[in-house]
Design a protein around this ligand. Structure first.
Ligand SMILES: Nc1nc2c(ncn2[C@@H]2O[C@H](COP(=O)(O)OP(=O)(O)O)[C@@H](O)[C@H]2O)c(=O)[nH]1
Ligand SMILES: [Mg+2]
Length: 213
């Protein structure tokens, strides 16, 4: 299996690809009070640690090292802001669900994450990453519940789609879609792979929509 970490950044063929290729790191925050002023528009990336969030962020921006693809799950423990242009941001939220993180730290991050999702006015949409082989865990559903509470759009990337056959991936997609229909009417879902680059344009389109492009 090809290692997505070593994938060559794609040649930006679309307007969106060119736009996100100039995204750059702005700052890291670990307290709610340190967040940038709550103005403008931002799209946040969330998911269990190891779901493929860093790989997706790198692929969507065409940058190999933007979010460090961690070999150690649970290491990315800050809210990282990336600037697309002034007042347009991509926000990398700390990965959740990593068992080996000490309880006190896990609680701190859980609370920060929930508060950010509930209160942040600049937040226009949540890109929620789930390993296609383990979608909609309890913690994923808690994230979606936060979105429902304030009618925030959520878009799910079923990551590592290359790990399943085309048929199995399609079946997983339908299953998640069906589950969303009952509980999360405003959430959408797509297949994604940082290895094969499947789903990049669809994900860009959703980010564009949220950031007002
Ligand atoms: N096969 C495959 N592996 C992936 C994909 N995306 C990420 N990975 C691997 O999954 C592991 C976790 O990825 P990473 O992006 O660090 O996940 P994060 O913890 O959510 O940021 C790494 O070993 C990646 O190489 C993908 O689309 N396909
Ligand atoms: Mg990461």
């Amino acid at each position: 299996m090809k290692n997505p970490d070593n994938a060559i950044p794609f040649t930006p063929a679309t307007t969106a690809a060119r736009r996100y290729q100039t995204v750059h790191f702005l700052n890291s925050v670990n307290e709610f009070g340190q967040l940038l002023p709550d103005i403008g528009r931002e799209a946040a990336f969330a998911g269990r640690s190891n779901a493929g969030k860093s790989s997706a962020l790198n692929l969507l921006t065409g940058q190999r090292q933007l979010a460090r693809v961690s070999k150690t799950p649970g290491r990315t423990q800050m809210i990282n802001f990336f600037e697309v242009e002034p007042d347009r941001y991509l926000v990398d939220l700390p990965g959740y669900g990593y068992a080996q993180v000490p309880e006190a730290i896990r609680r701190h991050w859980g609370a920060l994450l929930e508060r950010y999702l509930r209160e942040r006015q600049a937040l226009c949409g949540l890109l929620l990453l789930m390993d296609i082989r383990h979608p909609l865990t309890d913690l994923d559903q808690r994230m979606l519940d936060c979105c429902v509470a304030r009618e925030l759009p959520a878009h799910i990337l079923l990551t590592k789609a290359d790990k399943l056959s085309r048929g199995a991936a399609g079946a997983a997609l339908q299953q998640v879609r069906k589950a969303l229909k009952t509980d999360y009417l405003h959430a959408t879902v797509q297949l994604f792979s940082a290895t094969t680059r499947q789903g990049v344009e669809e994900a860009h389109a959703r980010l564009d929509e949220w950031l007002g492009y």
